[in-house]
Structures are given as structure tokens and as C-alpha cells.
Design a protein around this ligand. Structure first.
Ligand code: HEC
Ligand code: HEC
Length: 336
């Protein structure tokens, strides 16, 4: 059975005809407060458990526009694709058949857990900026290959030998541990230019739990080529709700605010970017999935400005559906 069949069962379908509530001005220069707020580390609300999204988009927080930079645009359309287990697909589909009533059963399906590998965590949280192979686009978006290789003690030993000195296993181990510390610090607090607006800076990923980072680091070594492909085998238990949250926080949130402007045709024509909080009410699941995975094509015959949103073909239908369900069941909240 295709996902579309399941989608027709979904009752959260209200169309996308709403008129934007705010004027075009709200999308121009971000208020200083938004910049300051984005520079703060994200609140440490129990990492690993799904929490409602809040706050401005990452671009807005950095006072960048969608046109002027590559943040969120480097994911490409090639492999690797989703390696999430069938249990994930099952829980999304089950939740969709139950979603109309927003009942406990749907929530239960969304909270059921299954094992997830670092490759998927990377794809959902890092790939849109650093690319499928981790190369980024220097100088603005650094490659992660160097820091990824530094996670391997064997790599440090090899460097020592290549430099003509004796391999020192204990020192190599210390260096690898230090590299992992640096990575954790970056994910908790964000990039190296956090207080300078108008520059590409990596946002914090404080929502990732310790275990998620362990599994992610395992995969980074694979990307760095310091372990063989397929040897990153550690997994972490995740729910469909959590996967949806990662799609949103790791990807959509780069350009979309959590709350604020609503969607709709008039807004699209004005070139504004709708807030994520309004999507479940204003667009059908199937329209959102189509927009994300293939670009916009519905409303046939209507003149449209060229889409400024990249196509995320490397996300699966169910992953985008999980993002939609996350937004519907844990609606974004106004930043305090
Ligand atoms: C919104 C875009 C964006 C996303 C998503 C993103 N990064 Fe970054 N990252 C950057 C930018 C920009 C830089 C370079 C500037 C800086 O350090 O802040 C960077 C730099 C880095 C560096 C440092 C590279 C070096 O040479 O020191 C590492 C490591 C890194 N990112 C890891 C990650 C991981 C792991 C993830 C996923 C959890 C991730 N990034 C997600 C934008 C992003
Ligand atoms: C790199 C920036 C960027 C990222 C990342 C991004 N979007 Fe968008 N999105 C836009 C822009 C810009 C628009 C305005 C319409 C257009 O130009 O396509 C838009 C429009 C949309 C629309 C159409 C709204 C309407 O009213 O018609 C949907 C739905 C949407 N985005 C969902 C998502 C989801 C879900 C994600 C995460 C998987 C995401 N976007 C990630 C930039 C982005």
C-alpha cells in the first residue's frame, strides 16, 4: 500500500488557501532580539525526548536571507537514502490512520521505539549543510572530514608514524577523546562565530542526546574514511516523533520560523516563508510531502515564482510525514 493511500485517511486536511496574517515587512531585517536569541545555546530541555519547536529560523537568527548562502542547500539528491527500519514506516502509517481523532493510539504509534544508526542521524541533522559526504562548502560551511578523522585513535597513530615519530597509543587515544569533546562542545553550543551576525555560523544541536551523539560520531568516522564502510554499527532507540523532530530541527528550521506567518498562495506569491507551526492546519500532508520531496506542482496552471526552497529527495515520504505529525502533535510554541 502506498503512503498516498494512507494519507487519504488523514483528516488534518484543511487546504492551503489562507491569507498571510502579517505584512511583508516582517520578513526583512530580523530584529536584534532575534539575533541575540539565536546566539544563545538552545535550552537544555531533556535532550533525546521530543519537545515543541520555538524561535526564529536559523537564517533569521543569523540575519541571513535564503538567497545569500548555502545553508540547507547542500544535501544533494543522491544516496545514501533512508535506512530507517520497517518499524519506523509502520508506526508512521499506523499513526496516520489514527491521526484524525488525534487519539492516544496515534500518539502511542508515534512514541514506539526502534533502533536507528548514525547514518540516519547525520542525514536528518547535518546533511543539508555539510552534504552527503561531509565536504560542506568551504570557507563558509566547513568540511567535517578533518574533525571526523580526528575521532579515530588509529588515525592519530598513523599521523605520528608518518611524521617519523613512534606511535604513542595512549597519546593517540587522548587526542581522539579530545576531538570527541570538541565535537560535543560544538553540538551543545554551536559554531565558532556565534556572536557575529551576518556570517554563516553553525547553530547548536543541544537537542541531540549523548547516545545520539555517540552513534553520530560512529558514522562520522565512516564519512572520514578512518573506519571501513558499514562498520559504524552502534544504534540508538528513536521514535517516529523523534525522527520527525529531527527532520524539523535539523533541516526545515534552517529557513522556517517556528511560529508566525501563515502559509497560503498569497504568501507564496509574495515570496515569504511560512512558519512551520501553521503547516498542519493549512496544508494537507500530501501537499507538504510533495513540496519537500519534489518541489511544488499542485495548483496547476497558476503562475508561480521559481521556488527558492531546495528539494529534499533524500528524505523519505514517511520521514516528511513524521515531521508533519511532530508539528501537529507537538505544535510549535511562541518563543518566550
Ligand atoms: C545550518 C547549517 C548546518 C548544519 C545543519 C550543521 N552544520 Fe556543522 N557547520 C556549519 C557551518 C556554517 C560551519 C562552519 C562555521 C562554524 O564553525 O560555525 C560548520 C562547522 C562544523 C564543524 C567544524 C569543522 C572544522 O573544520 O572545525 C563540525 C565538526 C560540524 N560542523 C559538524 C556538524 C554536525 C555533526 C552536524 C549535524 C549534527 C552539523 N555540523 C550540522 C553549518 C551547519
Ligand atoms: C533552504 C531553505 C529552506 C529549507 C531548509 C526548507 N524550506 Fe520550506 N520553504 C522555503 C522557502 C523560501 C519557501 C517559500 C516558497 C518557495 O520559494 O518555495 C518555502 C515553502 C515551504 C512550503 C510551502 C508553503 C505554502 O504555503 O505553500 C512548505 C510546505 C515547506 N516549505 C515545508 C518545508 C519543510 C517540511 C522543510 C523541511 C523538510 C522545509 N520546508 C525546509 C525554504 C526552505
Amino acid at each position: 500500500m502506498t503512503l498516498a493511500t494512507w494519507m487519504t485517511a488523514l483528516l488534518l486536511t484543511l487546504g492551503d488557501g489562507a491569507i498571510p496574517a502579517q505584512s511583508a515587512e516582517s520578513s526583512s531585517r530580523p530584529p536584534a532580539a532575534a539575533v541575540a536569541q539565536a546566539a544563545q545555546p538552545a535550552p537544555a530541555a531533556s535532550p533525546g525526548t521530543a519537545q515543541p519547536l520555538s524561535g526564529p529560523s536559523i537564517l533569521r537568527g543569523l540575519a541571513l536571507t535564503v538567497e545569500g548562502n548555502q545553508l540547507g542547500r547542500l544535501g544533494g539528491d543522491g544516496p545514501p537514502r533512508s535506512a530507517l527500519p520497517q518499524a519506523f514506516i509502520d508506526s508512521v502509517r499506523k499513526a496516520l490512520t489514527q491521526a484524525g481523532s488525534k487519539d492516544e493510539a496515534a500518539l502511542q504509534s508515534l512514541r514506539a521505539t526502534f533502533p536507528v544508526s548514525g547514518a540516519d542521524i547525520y542525514r536528518l541533522n547535518c546533511r543539508s549543510c555539510h552534504g552527503p559526504a561531509g565536504a560542506g562548502k568551504p570557507p563558509a560551511i566547513a568540511s567535517i572530514i578533518g574533525p571526523a578523522r580526528a575521532l579515530s585513535p588509529a588515525q592519530h597513530e598513523a599521523v605520528m608514524k608518518a611524521a617519523g615519530s613512534q606511535a604513542n597509543p595512549e597519546l593517540a587515544r587522548q587526542l581522539a577523546l579530545h576531538a570527541e569533546e570538541v565535537l560535543r562542545e560544538r553540538l551543545a553550543k554551536g559554531g565558532i562565530k556565534p556572536n557575529l551576525p551576518y556570517l554563516e555560523t553553525m547553530p547548536p544541536f543541544a537537542y541531540l542526546s549523548d547516545q545520539e551523539v555517540v552513534v553520530l560520531a560512529d558514522y562520522l568516522k565512516e564519512l572520514g574514511g578512518v573506519v571501513n564502510k558499514g562498520t559504524a554499527v552502534q544504534k540508538v532507540n528513536q521514535s517516529a516523533m523523534r525522527i520527525g523532530e529531527q527532520v524539523v530541527r535539523g533541516t526545515c528550521r534552517i529557513c522556517h520560523d517556528a511560529t508566525g506567518m501563515s502559509g497560503g498562495h498569497a504568501l507564496m506569491m509574495a515570496g515569504l516563508i511560512p512558519a512551520l507551526g501553521n503547516l498542519p492546519e493549512q496544508m494537507s500532508l500530501d501537499a507538504v510531502v510533495h513540496k519537500v520531496r519534489h518541489g511544488w506542482t499542485s495548483m496547476a496552471g497558476m503562475a508561480r515564482p521559481a521556488s527558492r526552497m531546495p528539494i529534499f529527495a533524500y528524505l523519505s515520504d514517511e520521514e516528511v510525514a513524521a515531521a508533519y505529525l511532530y508539528l501537529a502533535y507537538l505544535p510549535p510554541q511562541q518563543a518566550r
